[in-house]
Design a protein. Structure first.
Length: 441
């Protein structure tokens, strides 16, 4: 077995404490911006207020935000803060220096392919609505131009995107406030079509956790740029809990108000609520698409970094363009349109990663133990079992009652990953920490 760590770990340089920034300049605006992207709340209404009262769903958003903060974000963020290193590095304690190539290394990049496809499809659809066009050929052309052009920006000029993001994040917030105000009168008149408060509440958890899971694991990348624990806590509370409640709550209220007003065709899609605004609607569709430029660039950049770090022998441009091509195919063929299904897959993939990392953090007395040699079987097995728990609807032979009971599956996948790691770590399945440990702050 190798007694030294691979290059992607050994060459990692921690972010110095002198270069750290406060929560309101980093973690808070970034996470708030993640939730403010229209893809989060575009389809959120039907699985939620289609079954539960609006107040129940708002409570669900609050609980979901707290779960995202406490279970998915806090430990990775604290590890990033303590070490000054990214998720790729701190994850080697939980999955090993070899296991880390796949989990979370390449997996982060592979899921970003899906994210780029989802953002590209949503953006092209909004441009089409702004143009009042339905041509499938035009939609495909828009997808190709959108993904390839912004993907190239991500490779060559991501530093400019960060600056623009500070301003573009305000656009969707203003838009959802306008849509809410236009539909506020119908909220009190909304009637739940299929009353089942439990299902509506649990669906809120499923959507929010699924949407947030990768961003939660990436908390290490945010934490390594924060100066102290206060930054971690405040950035998470305001950016994650506040972001989920505001960016999820206002659109839910808007759709309920739209349906309560009876102002147009009965639709739970947020685009219907936007269209009900009137003459301003086409402009709003374009503005929502404009704001989607940032998540497209960031997802492309994360994918590019993942493949370049884990597969250094393949030129960065080649691996990134190959990934963007897959994203284009997923978007053009319509596979990327199943937002809730994609969020569930994300939660199943990263729920057990966060669960295993949380267990490793506790076992190591709330510190990073350092990179572990080879494959950490405790982490890898915990991920496999947790992932299977998170995708019951895709497993043949699983009774329908079991599938229904496994909701929110993303939360259960976290719990299973956490417990399996604890058991296997106590059983001695963790390899030793590398002798040549890397530098931390």
């Amino acid at each position: 077995m190798e007694r030294i760590v691979p290059e992607y770990v050994s060459r990692s340089v921690p972010v110095p404490l002198a270069n750290r920034v406060p929560w309101y300049k980093s973690t808070f605006p970034t996470y708030a911006g993640i939730f403010l992207w229209v893809g989060f709340y575009l389809k959120i209404a039907e699985p939620t207020i289609g079954f539960a009262d609006v107040s129940v769903c708002l409570w669900g958003l609050l609980v979901a935000g707290l779960l995202c903060f406490g279970l998915y974000y806090y430990v990775p963020a604290m590890l990033g803060l303590q070490t000054g290193h990214s998720l790729y590095v701190v994850g080697t304690s939980t999955f090993g220096t070899t296991g880390g190539y796949l989990i979370p290394g390449l997996m982060m990049g592979l899921l970003q392919i899906g994210w780029v496809a989802v953002v590209g499809a949503v953006s092209a659809n909004f441009i089409m609505k702004g143009l009042n066009q339905t041509s499938r050929g035009l939609f495909s052309l828009l997808v190709v131009i959108w993904i390839y052009s912004l993907g190239w920006v991500a490779i060559k000029g991501i530093h400019y995107v960060g600056r623009v993001a500070k301003f573009l994040n305000w656009i969707p917030l203003i838009m959802i406030l306008i849509v809410f105000w236009a539909n506020r009168g119908g909220i009190a008149h909304y009637q739940v079509p299929h009353p089942n408060g439990t299902i509506g509440f649990l669906n809120v958890l499923t959507i929010v956790i699924g949407y947030f899971a990768t961003a939660g694991a990436a908390g290490a990348d945010f934490g390594m740029n924060n100066g102290n624990k206060k930054d971690i806590v405040l950035g998470g509370i305001f950016g994650i809990v506040g972001g989920a409640l505001i960016a999820g709550g206002l659109p839910i209220l808007s759709v309920a108000g739209y349906l309560g007003r009876g102002a147009g065709p009965q639709s739970f899609d947020y685009t219907a609520a936007i269209a009900s605004v009137g003459a301003l609607a086409p402009v709003m569709f374009f503005l929502f698409a404009l704001a989607s430029m940032v998540p497209t660039c960031f997802s492309s950049f994360i994918a590019s970094n993942s493949f370049n770090t884990m597969l250094p022998k393949i030129p960065r441009t080649v691996s990134t363009l190959a990934a963007l091509t897959v994203s284009v195919i997923l978007a053009v063929t319509g596979v990327a349109n199943n937002l809730v299904g994609f969020f569930s897959l994300v939660a199943a993939s990263f729920g057990p990663i966060c669960g295993a990392m949380a267990a490793d953090y506790i076992i190591s007395r709330n510190r990073w133990s350092g990179p572990r040699l080879g494959i950490n079987w405790a982490g890898c097995i915990a991920w496999v079992v947790g992932f299977l728990v998170g995708i019951p609807e895709h497993l043949h032979g699983i009774p329908a009652a079991w599938v229904k009971a496994d909701n929110p599956s993303g939360l259960y996948s976290f719990i299973v990953g956490f417990l399996v790691y604890l058991i296997l770590a106590k059983a001695g399945l963790r390899p030793p920490v590398a002798e040549s440990s890397i530098q931390t702050v």
